[in-house]
Write a protein that binds this ligand. Structure first.
Ligand code: GLU
Length: 421
């Protein structure tokens, strides 16, 4: 593994393939199947025009990747970010395959992304971009084929535009083509909170396993988007003290504990958590190294690397983000006795409630939030203990434990289906 030996940015796709190779090796996976699962099934690149408010036409680039369709239709979000690359989307799509398999929901893995900073677009431009991008990827998507959802910087409103665009093209309303929709349009109760809620369910299980009392625990959260800010709120509900949070512009710290509701309000008014009264401003890197019991990376990939893994103080690292930890950092954390709950398990609550949403849409049904949360908890707790048992049996870290379970499930499905033709 050489991803960190150069100064070039760490390539998420190489990380994803390396993680898969570790599991494939341990499972003694058939070499042919290994070659298949190491690559995505389909990669679509689109360059598409959008009429801007000043009358000009700009061309944007986006991707939709389907990694695997063995256990069901492709599933996974679409992110809008200026740093999106095809390799990042490939990695995210592969991680979705394993994530759906870890929690045993009947999907393969997919992901999409558009290279854009959506904060620089007007609402009209954002709608135009969303509708045209979805039109371009319609050769792949559909409620039985590939079901997108929110990811970094994409919202229920954007899912509504996606759903409407698809529905206009086929001539009737198709709620099941996308998940994470507003509740009034066939969205599920609890979907908005699901990634964070699922993450906290796994933290509760991890704390019980380690004998940690969440009532006296301290928490640091990197990223204050949908996953990060709700995870912070839910950890406070568990009785824990959130001592540091950050967003893309920087972080804040108060060892006496931050009032998360007030931080949210501050961010809404000022566009960032920075400058929050009564807290010291710190960098994003300092958030990760903050003195705390539980660290929740909830931002982007490659944040915990060989460089800072030795300085992480937390006993539990709960990966609400996808791919926040590099393989070298995994080894360092494991050697240091840090208990890491890997992304494909820790943040699987989002896609799990997406699955509930899709089931409700296909059945023209609507479940209560209590029902959704109870079903989510059952799935997350079961998956956590299956992974923990696997990790303990094999003497490996939780990530490899999760990969062993996931890759085995995908391999079994593939073997039963056989190779076509
Ligand atoms: N983007 C989320 C993830 O990375 C959710 C995907 C979904 O709900 O399909 O898991």
């Amino acid at each position: 593994m050489t991803t960190e030996q150069t100064t070039a940015p760490i390539n998420a796709w190489h990380v994803a393939q390396h993680q898969f190779d570790l599991a494939a090796e341990m499972l003694n996976l058939d070499p042919g199947l290994r070659r298949v699962l190491r690559e995505p099934r389909r990669e679509l690149t689109v360059h598409f025009p959008v009429k801007m408010d000043d009358g000009s036409v700009q061309v944007f680039t986006g991707y939709r990747v389907q990694h695997n369709l063995g256990r069901g239709p492709a599933k996974g979000g679409i992110r809008y970010h200026q740093d999106v690359t095809i390799d990042e989307v490939k990695a995210l799509a592969m991680w979705m395959t394993w994530k759906c398999a870890v929690v045993a929901i009947p999907y393969g893995g997919g992901k999409g992304g558009v290279i854009v900073d959506p904060k620089k677009l007007s609402k009209k431009e954002l709608e135009g971009l969303s509708r045209r991008f979805f039109t371009e990827i319609e050769v792949l998507v559909g409620p039985e084929r590939d079901i997108p959802a929110p990811d970094v910087n994409t919202t229920p409103q954007i899912m509504a535009w996606f759903m409407d665009t698809y529905s206009m093209h086929v001539g009737h309303t198709v709620p099941g083509v996308v998940t994470g929709k507003p509740i009034s349009l066939g969205g599920s109760e609890g979907r908005n909170e699901a990634t964070a809620r699922g993450c906290v369910y796994t933290i509760v299980e991890a704390a019980a396993h380690l004998g940690m009392d969440l009532n006296t625990a301290t928490v640091a959260v990197q990223g204050f988007g949908n996953a990060g800010n709700i995870a912070a709120t839910l950890m406070v509900e568990q009785g824990s003290k959130v001592v540091a949070v950050s967003d893309s512009q920087g972080g804040i710290r108060n060892v006496a504990g931050l009032d998360i509701a007030r931080v949210l309000q501050w961010k809404a008014e000022h566009g960032t958590v920075k400058g929050f009264p009564g807290a010291e401003d710190i960098t994003n890197a300092e958030v990760l190294e903050t003195e705390c019991d539980i660290l929740i990376p909830a931002a982007l990939e490659n944040q915990i690397t060989a460089r800072n893994a030795g300085s992480i103080k937390a006993r539990i690292v709960a990966e609400a983000a996808n791919g926040p930890t590099t393989p070298e950092a995994d080894e360092i954390l494991f050697e240091r006795g840090v208990f890491l709950i890997p992304d494909i398990l820790c943040n699987a609550g989002g896609v799990t409630v997406s699955y509930f949403e899709w089931v409700q849409d296909l059945n023209r049904d609507h479940w209560t939030e209590t029902e959704v949360n109870a079903k989510l908890k059952t799935i997350m707790v079961k998956a956590f203990h299956e992974v923990l048992a696997q990790a303990q049996q094999q003497g490996v870290n939780m990530r490899t434990g999760a990969y062993l379970n996931a890759v085995q499930r995908v391999a079994d499905a593939t073997a039963l289906r056989g190779l076509y033709p």
